[in-house]
Design a protein around this ligand. Sequence first.
Ligand code: SF4
Ligand code: MG
Length: 332
Amino acid sequence: HEPLLQVKGLETAFSIEGKDHNAVDGVSFNVEKGKIVGIVGESGCGKSVMSLSVMNLLPKGIGKIRNGEVLFEGRNLEGLDDKEMNKIRGKDISMIFQEPMTSLNPVFTIGYQLEEVLHNHFKLSKKEATEKVVQLLSAVGISRAERIVDEYPHQLSGGMRQRVMIAMAIACQPKLLIADEPTTALDVTVQAQILELLQDIQKKNDMAIIFITHDLGVVSETCDEVIVMYAGRIVERTDVQRLFNSPKHPYTELLMGAIPRLEEEKDMLATIDGIVPSLTKMPEVGCRFANRCPKAMKECTTVTPKLAKNEEGHEVACLLYETSRPEEEVLR
Ligand code: SF4
Ligand code: MG
C-alpha cells in the first residue's frame, strides 16, 4: 500500500549572508492515512520549516528545498506551480498555526472568512454556504454559531479563534491536517478541549494529522507515532507507547523530564540547559546534541550518529547504540 504522505531525504536550506544552511537536514518519514504523527522538539529544531516545506510555503528567495522529495498520495508536490498547489492546500492538506490572530483577517467577519474558504474549492449558493458555515462552526464545538458568523476575530477568545481556524482547516475535509503548535498559546483547560476536538475530528473524518509541538505531554495524549527532531534531524522515531516506556535518545529523555505538570508554568525550555545550535553554527560532524548531552562521549563530536533501527519499530540516532554507528565503525 501507499502511505498518504512520504517525505524522502528532505533538505531545506535557508540562505544567510549568501550561504545556504540546512534547517532540515535529510529527514524521511511517512504518514499513513488516518494516523496522528507527532513531531517534537524545541523551537529551532526544524519542525515548522519541515511543515512549510511540505506545504510549499517556504518564504520565496530565502528558503528552498535543496534535496529530497515530498509525495502526497504518490504525487510529487515539488515543482507544482502555485495554482496547482493551491488546489491541494486546503482541499487535500491543510494547516493550522499557533496564533490564529495572525491567520485570521481582522477586517472581515468570521462568517465571511469561512465562506471564502468554501468558495475557493466548491460551487455553492449564498444560502448553501451560510448553512455550511454554521454546520462547520457547530462541528468544532461552537454552540452559538449563528451569532459568531457576524463577529470579528478580535471579539473572540483565543480558544474560540482556534476553533474557527480548525473549522476553516477542515472545511474541505482534507486528508491531512498539519497542526503547528495549535494549542501553545492557550491556557491548559482550553488546550485540553482543543486537543480533544482535534482527535474527535480525526476519528470522524478519518483524517491524518501531523502534530507539531515542543510539548511531549501533548504528544502522549494525542499521537500514534512520534518523531523527535533535534537541530534539523530526526533523532528518534517510534510509536507513542514505546517512546514513553523506553525512550532511547538522551534528548528525548530530557524532553520527558521537562513535561510540564498542569499546575506548573508551561516554560519547559528552562529545564534543559543550553540551546539548539543556530543554523550558522551547526557542527559539520558529530552529534548536534553533543554540547548539551549529559551522556556525551569523546567520539560524539567526531562521529555522526545515523538514524537506524535499534529494535522492531524503534529507530534512534545516538552513538550509545551500536546500530547508530557508521558502518566502518561497526566493522572495526
Ligand atoms: Fe549524546 Fe553522544 Fe548520543 Fe549525541 S551521540 S545523544 S552526544 S550520547
Ligand atoms: Mg515552530
